[in-house]
Design a protein around this ligand. Structure first.
Ligand code: PFF
Length: 462
């Protein structure tokens, strides 16, 4: 969802988030998005359900959270965005290249994220026009595949998404968006709960609930574990420096640890609600959970259509999903823009326009993966799948690994402890110890093992 304070003030000093709630809202604004509503359910569906979720939770706490806190530390300590933070904390060294790799990752994620966000935007209008009013799974599936396999319509929606996000970045809408986010996040939450209540009371829902809560570890492979780790990076928006930039806006009296924990818990809640809204419906309507990227678009319309005022609620659902997606995209789009602006001295306007045009160009290859580029494959994947796979499963973990090593080993322990305890004013020494163990040993070791085994360098699972 939305966020604030992405640029420096005209006075040259950085603005900060206004309040503790503002910090959480803004950070959650980046974290909560299509990752929760679209990606989490479909990747869980493809990887067997509950056992995958347990592994995901393990990675979110052992890797995602420490890396998020490390990014906060870097940002607040240096008072700079992702690339600048490395330059200030380790001047004259090549560490800043990690920041640049984060910029590239953000760009590549945007290339396919805008495509999916385009589908979500389009579904608002389809829902409004009554075009999705069916409870027949075949019609629902056909409506979606028919739409995305077109050429112009999905492309134009992707461009609209880029225009909207670019315009928000340019306008630098700050306080307004922060206020709207604080109001809309609870509404999204409530609507998801309505959805969950309907979904779990559908006849035949129990199979879906069991799928989400009864782990079957026989489905777990090295590739599944890699997907769970990638999802943790993606959903928490870590491993590319977005949270470093946010850290630089966090006030000196906020606790970085409790901010990270709250964001992780809230993000997990939204994902679980999305799962509970979708999987009971998957089984009740006779879909299979491994339908991939189309899962959300086929099941959610049917859940709403099987209740009173379904068309109305469906429209609201997609409006909220669009807002959530846009908030996440602002943080992604802003990453290359901030780099070009703050590090290379471009004006914010040229940086935004050039970044947007490049995203439209590269992003169109993802969108057209469902039509004219369906047979164009690199490493056996369409461009849509390749962007997702490479960023989730290779680039974010690698960048996250280097961030963990940087904060764990390059920064001094005393600086890290000082930043985490707000100059000694927070009484959290035990936590600092745990954090240091996680960031120096646990997270790097886990990332290396999962990455190497997931990519097939060695096998400890089938
Ligand atoms: N966390 C966002 C989501 O779940 O939709 C996606 C995202 C935003 C990933 C920002 C990475 C990022 F830096």
């Amino acid at each position: 969802m939305a966020q604030t304070n992405l640029s420096q003030t005209s006075m040259g000093h950085r603005e900060g988030f206004g309040s503790t709630l503002g910090v959480i809202a803004a950070t959650l604004g980046s974290a909560v998005g299509l990752g929760n509503i679209w990606k989490f359910p479909y990747v869980t569906g493809e990887n067997g359900g509950a056992a995958f979720i347990l592994i995901y939770l393990l990675f979110a706490s052992l890797i995602g959270l420490p890396v998020m806190i490390s990014e906060f530390i870097m940002g607040r300590r240096s008072n700079a965005a992702s690339v600048g933070a490395f330059k200030r904390l380790a001047p004259g060294t090549p560490w800043f290249l990690t920041g640049i790799s984060g910029v590239i990752v953000a760009f590549l994620i945007m290339s396919y994220y805008t495509s999916v966000a385009g589908w979500v935007y389009a579904y608002i209008f389809k829902a409004m026009s009554g075009g999705l009013l069916t409870t027949d799974p075949k019609v629902s599936e056909q409506a979606f595949t028919g739409f995305i396999s077109g050429v112009w319509s999905p492309l134009i929606w992707q461009w609209i998404v880029l225009l909207v996000t670019g315009a928000i970045i340019l306008a630098g809408v700050k306080k307004g968006i922060e206020r709207i986010t604080k109001m809309l996040l609870p509404v999204l939450f409530l609507l998801l709960i309505v959805c969950v209540i309907r979904a779990v009371t559908l006849p035949g829902a129990s199979e879906g609930i069991a799928f989400l809560f009864k782990p079957d570890f026989s489905k777990i492979t090295g590739a599944t574990i890699l997907a769970a780790m990638g999802l943790a990076f993606f959903k928490l928006s870590v491993g590319m420096g977005v949270m470093t930039t946010y850290g630089s806006y966090i006030g000196k009296s906020e606790s970085l640890f409790s901010t990270g924990v709250k964001v992780m818990l809230a993000d997990t809640c939204v994902s679980m609600l999305a799962g509970l809204a979708i999987f009971p419906a998957v089984f009740a309507f006779g879909f299979t959970p491994d339908k991939g990227a189309s899962l959300l678009f086929m099941t959610i319309p049917m859940v709403f259509n099987s209740m009173p005022f379904g068309g109305f609620f469906l429209t609201i659902f997609f409006i909220l999903a669009s807002i959530a997606a846009t908030g996440a995209m602002i943080s992604l789009f802003n990453t290359p823009v901030a780099y070009l602006n703050e590090e290379l001295g471009w004006s914010r306007k040229s940086a935004t326009v050039v970044t947007g045009l490049m995203m439209a160009l590269i992003g169109s290859t993802a969108t057209l993966s469902n039509s004219i580029l369906a047979n164009f494959k690199l490493f056996g994947m369409t461009m849509f799948d390749l962007f997702g796979y490479a960023t989730d499963n290779i680039m974010m973990p690698l960048t996250g690994l280097i961030i963990a090593l940087f904060v764990g080993w390059r920064l001094s322990k005393y600086d890290v402890a000082d930043e985490l305890s707000n100059g000694g004013s927070l009484n959290n020494r035990t936590f600092v110890k745990f954090y240091l163990i996680a960031v120096r040993f646990v997270a790097p070791a886990a990332i290396i093992v999962v990455l190497l085994s997931g990519l097939g360098f060695f096998q400890f699972l089938k």
